[in-house]
Ligand binder design. Structure first.
Ligand code: S3P
Length: 456
């Protein structure tokens, strides 16, 4: 693997309105599943083979960490990797700090994974990652006997030291977070006894599905009032497995919305994971009147998959229920762009979590949309967006957007520029490589006008 490092200078880009988008594309593998496939491979003795792995910077950072913790990772071909794991209990202490770049998933899951071992592991990252809260992971890990120390407010750099004997816990998650759930489960693999997680709302269940596939004793039980209880038997042994990673619905979201808001478009994105715990955006868009069809539905590797076709549509405003948030937590920035192009006022609530993503996404979207001439109100936990009414009155645009080290803010405003009256510039496109390295070339292939912009 070649070490992937950013260009040192910001790379601004400009998106211009240039008519309809047409074609069929395949987006890279799902980021959540890719991280997990690589990490879980480390926890099995023998070879885990992964196809369709996302080779974005975030996942490459996880792979670098896996090597530092004693695993072998080899790239066979594009997206095809072999991980030779050391087994639960077999990790070795890393010689250096684990540099996790922009990747919250890497840090949080690896804190649990490494914390389940009697080694000391220090995590660091970029400025965005150093601002993100880690107490949500540190608190349950400390209950299991793991020593966690960080900067004030439990920010990175953070050091995790696992005890000789880990305690299983029963833990009710205060926030619906698949990352926290996964961190506790990964530590729980080393604990003597049953680790139990109570989720207030069901979050993405890739960890559970994949650990079960590797032979772990793990069960999920839906709760009558919503939410889920997950139970994992510790001191397990995992079998190496083969994983085929489906396309990332959180990446597909960008070309889907791009097609919907540019009249006359028809875009098909093949092989997308449509796990219901990831599909909230499709539900919202359908409620907005989007012309979206799912074909070739199938199951692979425990995940539901389909090809998705989106066509230019007149969208209507909606007020999605806050309890849908967990199933589309990363899709609100692009949903906000769809809402800005719709007729009527869209109210998005229950989204306080968006303030602690790669950026404060509520603030970033509110600032960006109003710079583009869209009326928007920023609430403590949401946004109220006054739609411009689609084709009749496109978003004015003509703005330069501060992307704040956030890949999804960058991609969302490039998509907005394709349907605006005048072009939209983003201050930096480098972060797009964390999750969707070929985003710009795929969009250009569909007919989008997205080019490097002059630095101003
Ligand atoms: C992820 C969970 C979500 C999501 C992130 C990936 C995962 O974070 O925003 O991009 O892979 O488990 P939270 O668990 O913090 O909601």
């Amino acid at each position: 693997m070649s070490e992937h490092r950013h260009e040192s200078q910001p790379q601004p880009m400009i998106a211009r309105p240039a008519g309809s988008l047409n074609g069929t594309i395949t987006v890279p593998g799902d980021k959540s599943i890719s991280h997990r496939a690589a990490m879980f491979g480390l926890l099995a003795v023998g070879e885990t083979r992964i196809e369709g792995l996302l080779e974005g910077e975030d996942v490459l950072n996880s792979i670098a960490a896996i090597r530092q913790l004693g695993g072998h990772a080899e790239r066979e071909a594009a997206g095809v990797w072999r991980i030779n794991g050391v087994g639960i209990g077999g990790l070795r202490e890393a010689d250096t700090v684990l540099e996790m770049g922009n990747s919250g998933t890497s840090v949080r899951l690896l804190m649990g994974l490494a914390g389940g071992h009697p080694i000391r592991t220090t995590f660091a990252g970029d400025a965005s990652l150093h601002r993100r809260p880690m107490a949500r992971v540190a608190t349950p890990l400390a209950m299991m006997g793991i020593e966690v120390s960080g900067r004030q407010g439990m920010r990175l750099p953070i050091t995790v030291t696992g005890p000789a004997h880990l305690l299983p816990i029963s833990y009710a998650l205060p926030v619906a977070s698949a990352q926290v759930k996964s961190a506790v489960l990964l530590a729980g693999l080393s604990a003597a006894g049953i680790t139990e997680i109570i989720e207030p709302e069901a979050t993405r269940d890739h960890t559970e599905t994949m650990l079960r596939h590797m032979g772990a004793d793990i069960s999920s039980e839906a709760q009558p009032g919503g939410g889920t209880i997950i139970r994992l038997t510790g001191q397990a042994e995992l079998r190496p497995a083969a994983f085929t990673v489906p396309g990332d619905p959180s990446s597909a979201a960008f070309p889907i919305v791009a097609a919907l808001i540019t009249p006359g478009s028809e875009v098909t994105i093949t092989n997308i994971c449509i796990n219901p715990l990831r599909a909230g955006l499709l539900t919202c868009l359908t409620e907005m009147g989007a012309d979206i069809s799912l074909e070739n539905r199938r199951q692979a590797g425990g995940e539901a998959i389909a090809d998705i076709t989106a066509r230019g549509s007149a969208l209507q405003a909606i007020t999605p229920p806050p309890d849908r948030a967990a199933s589309m937590i990363d899709e609100y920035p692009i949903l906000a762009i769809a809402a800005a192009c719709a007729t009527g006022t869209t109210t998005l609530r229950g989204l306080a979590e968006l303030r602690v993503k790669e950026s404060d996404r509520l603030a970033a979207m509110a600032q960006g949309l109003s710079a583009c001439g869209v009326k928007v109100e920023e609430l403590e936990d949401g946004l109220v967006i006054e739609g411009r009414g689609g084709d009749a009155q496109p978003i004015p645009g003509g703005a330069k957007i501060a992307t704040q080290m956030d890949h999804r803010i960058a991609m969302s405003f490039l998509i907005a520029g394709l349907a605006a009256q005048s072009s939209v510039t983003i201050d930096d496109s480098r972060m797009i490589a964390t999750s969707f390295p070929n985003f710009i070339s795929l969009m250009q292939g569909l007919g989008a006008s997205i080019q490097p912009a002059e630095v101003s």
